[in-house]
Write a protein that binds this ligand. Structure first.
Ligand SMILES: Nc1ncnc2c1ncn2[C@@H]1O[C@H](COP(=O)(O)OP(=O)(O)O)[C@@H](O)[C@H]1O
Ligand SMILES: [Mg+2]
Length: 287
């Protein structure tokens, strides 16, 4: 890979103002569809269950998940489903066809999710005050948080997949990749110029921090490389600076970056990264 990482132009940063929007975690349309089970939905369910790309992973698709996919199709965000991109611990990611081209669909498995840990990440986040302890609600809040975090990161000038829609445990976002497949993770490519990579990574962390967000799982696994750009993904666990452990998460993120960059031959320390990233006062209010 070349040394031509482009930073997203900070001129694209939107004016702040929608900060700490309330996130509604009440019953979803998908739950209502799943309960009603009309004929059209049942036909959709049959079709999806027979689709080759999903056959091996029936367990992902309980009725309510199918209803969420059905709703996303009805709302025009998804036109056809493609194959799997990744099978993770808590979520699977698929490609799909949207009205404007390929999209990525991340489906959380409510039962496989470590909701106790998720709950810890949601605590102290002003957007989720009053969230109950019910497993489903926690996972649904998590998915909405990932969507909100992607929006906030994009508004702060960080290159992330554009969030498109969220429905229950399903998140639809911009697909990062091309005909040859998903974009490679930073850890999967040869980094020719570690200095530029370092500068872009640190600048994105700094922009997140300035917008009041700490990624919480920032590493070469959650940054992908596409068209000369580094794209930060997987923002579900990102917390606001209000979180009681946000400093600890930030230090871990800095450590991951320092270790990765040092392995590429450019000696940097956690303290170096931390210093640049926290050189701004976080303004979570967005003003
Ligand atoms: N928007 C996307 N476009 C292309 N590939 C993606 C996208 N989102 C995720 N992926 C792929 O799926 C993998 C898992 O997604 P991620 O959000 O990191 O979930 P997990 O929580 O399982 O790590 C990523 O490493 C990446 O390869
Ligand atoms: Mg990941």
């Amino acid at each position: 890979m070349g040394d031509e990482f482009e930073l997203v132009d900070p001129g694209e940063v939107q004016s702040p103002g929608d900060e700490w929007e309330e996130i509604d975690v009440s019953d979803t349309e998908a739950d209502r569809i799943a309960r009603k089970r009309d004929r059209e939905f049942e036909q959709f369910e049959e079709r999806i269950k027979d689709a080759d790309q999903f056959k091996v992973e029936q367990s992902v698709f309980d009725d309510a998940t199918l209803a969420a996919l059905y709703k996303l199709v009805q709302d025009g965000h998804v036109e056809a489903f493609g194959g799997p991109l990744s099978t993770g611990k808590e979520a699977n990611v698929y490609t799909a066809l949207g009205p404007e081209g390929e999209v990525a669909v991340k489906i959380y498995r409510i039962n496989a999710s470590n909701f106790r840990q998720m709950r810890e990440y949601l605590e102290g986040d002003p957007r989720f005050e009053g969230l109950g302890g019910n497993k489903k609600d926690v996972v649904l809040a998590w998915v909405k948080k990932e969507y909100a975090n992607l929006r906030r990161a994009a508004a702060a000038g960080v290159r992330v997949p554009e969030p498109i829609a969220v429905e229950r445990n399903v998140l639809v976002m911009e697909y990062i990749g091309d005909e040859d497949g998903r974009a490679k993770r930073l850890g999967e490519v040869h980094v020719e110029n570690p200095r530029t990579a370092y500068e872009v990574l640190v600048e994105y962390m700094r922009r997140l921090y300035a917008a009041g967000l700490v990624h919480g799982d920032f590493s070469e696994y959650n940054v992908v490389f596409q068209d000369g750009q580094l794209v930060v993904i997987d923002l579900g666990q990102a917390v606001t600076v209000h979180h009681p452990n946000s400093r600890e998460f930030l230090e871990r993120d800095c450590r991951n970056v320092a270790n990765f960059i040092s392995r590429q031959g450019l000696e940097v320390t956690e303290a170096d990264v931390l210093e640049v990233v926290t050189d701004v006062d976080p303004d979570p209010s967005g003003n």
